[in-house]
Design a protein around this ligand. Structure first.
Ligand code: SAH
Ligand code: SF4
Length: 362
């Protein structure tokens, strides 16, 4: 039997679980201290914790369920990890270095069913959701790597922007956030955590009503329905009006700023008229939206798309600025390694498939 990751339990859930099995609830705090502060990787390294309690936990849970398959390091300090899950599936996690700290981009699903036409992750249909523990463990694996370097560096920010649609795995994503935010654990502040969605309107409202209090980013990528449906087929089911309605609800409820993600695709959505249309869409909420322009990372399988020219990016940026829309251009990380999320995984799977084909042929 494959045991689930212990990192999947919030402190309350672990306390309740222990209590149900006849142990003191407070032992959970003690176990958490060893897991997240001292960061041991084996139950028998947890000193001074009741032995029966540890036996019980190790009978039901594992601390390590991910194994490192490949690690690529970029000259800019970005590290991309390819992890193997206990069922053999591969996922990606990326560590990025910024002026403001170290951020980790996590994966939430094996593949993605949204299938956006420009994205490497969507090339492979979702085979399953990740458990909350598997999402937390990605952060822990990166933190353990940093610990092993002996520099005392800490993961300070999290972006839920790896493979998958986090709002299509809502419950596990929420538990993950509760674990990493907890002051008794990694204590990563809600303002340092951003969840990105392709725009699942119902879930955006649920998120607005929740107590998660983390940042929201929305992948818009086009300012009108015709164009957005062409790029993202989800727009057929959830058109821009429905998405904007959910965002209005979110703004009313939280008064928080959201990031509007906009990938610039050459001659597709990068013209000044698109920037004007985008400004029109956001102008009534201009103090609560910041547009993040994303230079496109070319994906072999999506050769119909190219990255926009520098001049087009600049003029798009300037047009938005002139309309008093807050805008930034995403800094790129790890362009010398397979930078776009999902690329390393799809390349590895291709290699594995080709490898087995070669084996069959020889
Ligand atoms: N499914 C969620 C989160 C994961 S994708 C979402 O779509 O928002 C995270 C971000 O990376 C999204 O804005 C997505 O559009 C963007 N992205 C996907 N493929 C990309 C590529 N090849 N180049 C640049 N950004 C890409
Ligand atoms: Fe899925 Fe996001 Fe990629 Fe679209 S951009 S296919 S939603 S991971």
């Amino acid at each position: 039997m494959i045991k689930p990751s212990i990192y999947g339990l919030t402190l309350d859930q672990m306390g309740a679980w222990l209590e149900e099995k006849g142990h003191k609830k407070s032992r959970a705090t003690h176990v958490w201290e060893w897991l997240y502060r001292r960061r041991v990787t084996e139950f028998d390294q947890m000193e001074e914790v009741n032995k029966e309690c540890l036996q019980l936990l190790s009978d039901h849970f594992s601390i390590q369920t991910l194994t490192e398959h490949t690690r690529q390091e970029s000259i800019d300090g970005t590290i991309k990890f390819l992890f193997r899950l206990s069922d053999g599936n591969l996922i990606e996690t990326v560590l990025m270095r910024h002026k403001f700290g170290l951020s980790v981009c996590v994966t939430t699903q094996v593949g993605c069913n949204i299938g956006c036409s420009f994205c490497a992750s969507g090339l492979l249909k979702k085979s399953r959701d990740l458990s909350s523990g598997e999402i937390v463990e990605q952060i822990m694996k990166v933190q353990l790597h940093l610990d092993s370097m002996g520099t005392g560096e800490r993961v300070s920010h999290i972006v839920v922007m790896g493979i998958g649609e986090p709002f299509d795995n809502y419950q596990n994503m929420s538990d993950f956030i509760r674990v990493v935010k907890d002051h008794k654990g990694l204590a990563i502040g809600g303002r340092h955590i951003t969840v990105s969605t392709s725009g699942l309107a119902g879930k955006i409202k649920e998120f607005a009503d929740s107590d998660l209090n983390v940042n929201l980013a929305v992948s818009l990528h086009a300012p009108n329905n015709d164009l957005r449906t062409r790029i993202m087929k989800i727009n057929k089911a959830i058109p821009i009006e429905k998405l904007m309605d959910a965002l209005e609800y979110y703004w009313d409820k939280t008064n928080r700023r959201i990031t509007v993600e906009y990938i610039l695709l050459k001659d597709v959505n990068d013209q000044p008229e698109h920037a004007l249309e985008l400004a029109e869409l956001l102008k009534h909420r201009r103090n609560l939206a910041i547009v993040n322009l994303i230079p496109y990372n070319p994906v072999d399988e999506h050769s119909q798309y190219q990255r926009s020219e520098k001049d087009s990016i600049t003029s798009f940026y300037d047009t938005l600025k002139k309309q008093n829309i807050s805008v930034s251009v995403r800094l790129e990380h790890g362009t010398d390694i397979d930078a776009a999320c999902g690329q390393l995984r799809s390349k590895q799977i291709k290699k594995d498939v080709d490898g087995s084909r070669e084996k069959v042929l020889s």
